[in-house]
Design a protein around this ligand. Structure first.
Ligand code: CP
Ligand code: NVA
Length: 340
């Protein structure tokens, strides 16, 4: 028999548009079912007796809690392994850690620094590895973000569109104001695959790196009605016609030493009602942010009725449940039984 090759989930780039659509629809249907008191039979108990290792080398509120909650909702047992809990990086290599953990658990979820760490982990793991944030990507955040955009703009069926077809997000315009970072990269890849345009305004030195531009560009490959990416240094330009205004911290985890330089570089990039007004976003524009938030948005926008940030945060749970309920883990479990 051929050895089991697990399917990993390291970036939205790993998904076809239809797989991404399925994850979003699954997350939404579990949300509606569970909130209305139903217990989806195919979900609950599907991880009974299974363990999920959660290697977190960085802090986390949403990703940790949503992952643990999702695994428990499905009857599994999450094992949180913070950076002081296991031998990794002190006494033991990534390779050895991946081999040992994957001989004992059904899935590894990991939050790392350099993206190469999660790639290495996946190479040495015999069970699926899911990226819980690396310096380059944050795929679970993108799933929650698209669920949130769909709820805000397309919750009622588009006339003439079958409910099983695409999500109907084509033509929406997302504006990203600030640091071109991990959250943006997966969001842009996902948006483009689903037909949304993304305009990014970031200051010199903090724009999308060239190799990442190529990866984002590949999201268009083979996709009919793919979205497009625009770049500028001027926030107002990116905001023109935007349906959703996004930002994220100017100082990601691991960049603390660059704080002073970054605060200088991002001057003028704070999302305020005046900035969005000057840019000419659509009348009903919404605000989104993965959280935690700092000075990149003011309170007036962050706590306004336009702000979807807390709905977006809650959707991390439904995204995680949809994710674990979807092909990767369940299919892998079926095929990996011999490994357990
Ligand atoms: N948005 C997000 O990933 O938050 P945490 O760092 O709290 O997990
Ligand atoms: N860009 C941020 C996201 C945190 C969820 C970081 O990497 O720290």
């Amino acid at each position: 028999t051929s050895p089991f090759v697990p399917r990993h989930f390291l970036s939205i780039a790993d998904l076809t548009p239809s797989e991404l659509t399925t994850l979003i629809r699954d997350g939404q249907s579990y949300k509606h079912a569970i909130k209305s008191g139903l217990t989806p039979r195919n979900l609950l108990g599907s991880l009974t007796g299974k363990t999920v290792a959660m290697i977190f080398n960085k802090r986390s509120t949403r990703t940790r809690v949503s992952t643990e909650g999702a695994v428990v909702a499905m009857g599994g047992h999450p094992m949180f392994l913070g950076k002081d809990d296991i031998q990794l990086n002190v006494n033991e290599s990534l390779h050895d850690t991946a081999v040992v953990l994957s001989s004992m658990v059904s899935c590894i979820v990991a939050r790392v620094g350099p993206h190469s760490d999660i790639v290495d982990l996946a190479k040495s793991s015999t069970v699926p590895v899911i990226n819980a944030l690396s310096d380059d990507y944050h795929p679970l955040q993108t799933i929650a973000d698209v669920i949130t955009i769909h709820e805000a703009f397309r919750s009622s069926p588009t006339p003439g569109r079958s409910p099983t077809s695409g999500l109907g997000l084509e033509g929406l315009k997302l504006a990203w104001i600030g640091d071109a970072n991990n959250v943006l990269f997966d969001l842009a890849i996902g948006a483009i695959k689903l037909g949304m345009d993304v305009s990014v305004a970031s200051p010199k030195g903090h724009e999308i790196p060239k190799p990442m531009l190529e990866v984002i560009g590949q999201a268009r490959d083979g996709v009919k009605d793919a979205g497009r990416l625009f770049e500028t240094r001027v926030p107002e330009e990116a905001l023109k016609g935007a349906d959703v205004v996004f930002t994220d911290t100017w100082i990601s985890m691991g960049q603390e030493a660059e704080k002073a330089e970054r605060l200088r570089a991002f001057k003028g990039f704070q999302v305020t009602p005046e900035l969005v007004e000057r840019g000419g976003a659509k009348k009903d524009w919404k605000f989104m942010h993965c959280l935690p938030r700092h000075q990149e948005v003011n309170d007036e926008v962050f706590y306004s009725p336009r702000s979807l940030v807390f709905q977006e945060a809650e959707n991390r749970l439904w995204a995680a449940i949809g994710k674990f309920g979807a092909a990767f883990l369940l299919e892998s479990q079926t095929r990996a039984d011999g490994c357990l």
